[in-house]
Design a protein around this ligand. Structure first.
Ligand code: NDP
Ligand code: GDR
Length: 371
C-alpha cells in the first residue's frame, strides 16, 4: 500500500534529501513550505510535480510551525502515515538574536505537531520523527555522547530543542504514540545553508580561489564537531520510523575534527597545499600555503555568547539496531562540497567577466553577515 508522509522543513537541507528518498521508496510526499517574498524552493525544484497532473506524488502546502490551525488542517487533510518534523529555526547563533521565535517554532512547533495528531485521533496511525540534535549535550558531560548522556544545552536553540525532545518522549509515554527522537550530530552537504560553518568555508575559499573574494572572517576555530553527510542521515530518519517499537537514537560518525582542520582540508582539496597559521586569539590568521596570501581572519562577531566546544557521538545503538554505517568520509564530504562551490564560483566569475552584476556577492560579501 502506498504510504503518505508529511515533511515539515521540506525546503531545507534535510527535507530535500528526505523527500528524494521517500519518493524513491514510492511514498506520496507532502511538504510544508513557508510563505516568503521570493522563491524558497531551490533545494526541491528538481522534484517539482505539476499539481495539475493526476495524483502528483509531491504536494506542497503553505504553512508554519507557529500556526496550529494550519498544522491541524494539513494533518487532517493528509492523514499521514509518517510525519518528519524537520522544520526549525536551525541556526544556533541566530537563536541568541531571536530566542522567542526559536522557542515558538522549535519547541512549541513540536508540541503543535504532536497535539494535531492526538486531537485528530491519529495516534494509532501516524508515526512521528522529531529532529533532535547533539546541541542537547551542549556543555558536554561525557565523551563520546550517547543516548544516555545527560543534556546541558548552551543556546536558546538547544533549550528549545530540549523541550521538543522531552515533549516527544512524553507523548510517546502518555498516549502510546509512535514518536521518536533522532539525536543527530552535525551533517552537511552541498545543500547546507551558506552560513553554517562547513558551507561558509567551502563556499568562501572556493570564491577566493576563483578570484571573487579576498578573505574569510571566522569565529572559534577550535570548536570540535562530528561531521557526517546529510544524505546518510536522512536514511536513518526513515529507518527510525520503520522499527517495531519507537526509540531514540544518536546518529554520528564517531570521528571528531576542529573547524581549523575543516579549513585545512578545504584548502588541500582546492590544491593550495594547506594553510599556514600564525598569531593567536583574534589576531590569528591563515595563509594559503601555495601563494602565502592571507585568506582567513578572525572576527569576534562570529563567537557565540556560550559555545559548545566539543561534540563526538557514539552511534553504537544505531549501528546495532538500525544497521547504521556512514557511507561518506569527511574527506569525501569536503571534496563534494568544494566541487559544487567551485562550479558556482566559476559560473559567477564568468558572469562578471561578461559584465553582468551578480546580486549578494562582491558588493555584499557573505562574511559581512551576522552568522
Ligand atoms: P535547514 O535550516 O536547512 O532547514 C530548516 C527548514 O525548516 C527549512 O525548510 C525552513 O524553511 C523550515 N522552517 C524554519 N522555520 C519554520 C517555521 N516556523 N515553520 C515551518 N518551517 C520552518 O535545517 P536542516 O535541514 O539542516 O535541519 C533539519 C532539522 O534537523 C532542523 O530541525 C534542525 O534543527 C535539525 N538538526 C540539524 C542538524 C544538522 O547538522 N543539519 C543536526 C541535528 C538536528 P525555509 O526554507 O523557508 O527557511
Ligand atoms: P552548529 O553548526 O552550531 O554546530 O549547529 P555551525 O556550523 O553553525 O557551527 C559549528 C561550529 O563552528 C563554529 N564557528 C562558526 N560557525 C559559524 N556558523 N560561522 C562561523 O564563522 C564560525 N566560526 C566558527 C561555531 O562556533 C560552532 O562551534 C548545527 C546546526 O545545523 C544545528 O541546527 C544542529 O542542531 C547542530 O549543528 C547539530
Amino acid at each position: 500500500m502506498t504510504k503518505t508522509a508529511l515533511i515539515t522543513g521540506i525546503t531545507g537541507q534535510d527535507g530535500s534529501y528526505l523527500a528524494e528518498l521517500l519518493l524513491e521508496k514510492g511514498y506520496v510526499v507532502h511538504g510544508i513550505k513557508r510563505r516568503a517574498s521570493s522563491f524558497n524552493t531551490d533545494r526541491i525544484d528538481h522534484l517539482y510535480q505539476d499539481p495539475h497532473e493526476r495524483n502528483p506524488r509531491l504536494v506542497l502546502h503553505y504553512g508554519d510551525l507557529t500556526d496550529s490551525t494550519n498544522l491541524i488542517r494539513i494533518v487532517q487533510q493528509i492523514q499521514p502515515d509518517e510525519i518528519y518534523n524537520l522544520g526549525a529555526q536551525s541556526h544556533v547563533a541566530v537563536s541568541f538574536e531571536s530566542p522567542e521565535y526559536t522557542a515558538n517554532s522549535d519547541a512549541l512547533g513540536t508540541l503543535r505537531i504532536l497535539e494535531a495528531v492526538r486531537i485528530l485521533g491519529l495516534t494509532d496511525k501516524t508515526r512521528i520523527y522529531q529532529a533532535s540534535t547533539s546541541e542537547l549535550y551542549g556543555l558536554v558531560q561525557e565523551i563520546p555522547q550517547k543516548e544516555t548522556t545527560p543534556f546541558y544545552p548552551r543556546s536558546p536553540y538547544g533549550v528549545a530543542k530540549l523541550y521538543a525532545y522531552w515533549i516527544t518522549v512524553n507523548y510517546r509515554e502518555a498516549y502510546g504514540m509512535y514518536a521518536c527522537n533522532g539525536i543527530l550530530f552535525n551533517h552537511e552537504s552541498p545543500r547546507r545553508g551558506e552560513t553554517f560553518v562547513t558551507r561558509k568555508i567551502t563556499r568562501g575559499l572556493a570564491r577566493i580561489d576563483a578570484g571573487l573574494d579576498q578573505g574569510l572572517f571566522m569565529g572559534n576555530l577550535d570548536s570540535l564537531r562530528d561531521w557526517g553527510h546529510a544524505r546518510d542521515y536522512v536514511e536513518m530518519q526513515w529507518r527510525m520510523l520503520q522499527q517495531e517499537q519507537p526509540e531514540d537514537f544518536v546518529i554520528a560518525t564517531g570521528r571528531q575534527e576542529s573547524v581549523r582542520r575543516f579549513i585545512e582540508l578545504t584548502a588541500e582539496e582546492l590544491g593550495w597545499g594547506g594553510i599556514v597559521w600564525s598569531g593567536s586569539g583574534v589576531e590569528e590568521t591563515g595563509a594559503r600555503r601555495d601563494t602565502g596570501a592571507t585568506v582567513v581572519r578572525i572576527d569576534r562577531r562570529y563567537f557565540r555568547p556560550a559555545e559548545v566546544e566539543t561534540l563526538l557521538g557514539d552511534p553504537t545503538r544505531a549501528r546495532e539496531r538500525l544497521g547504521w554505517t556512514p557511507t561518506t568520509t569527511l574527506e569525501e564530504l569536503v571534496a563534494e562540497m568544494v566541487a559544487t562551490d567551485k562550479e558556482e564560483a566559476a559560473k559567477e566569475a564568468t558572469l562578471r567577466r561578461e559584465g553582468f552584476t551578480v546580486v549578494g556577492s562582491m558588493e555584499n560579501p557573505p562574511q559581512v553577515s551576522i552568522t
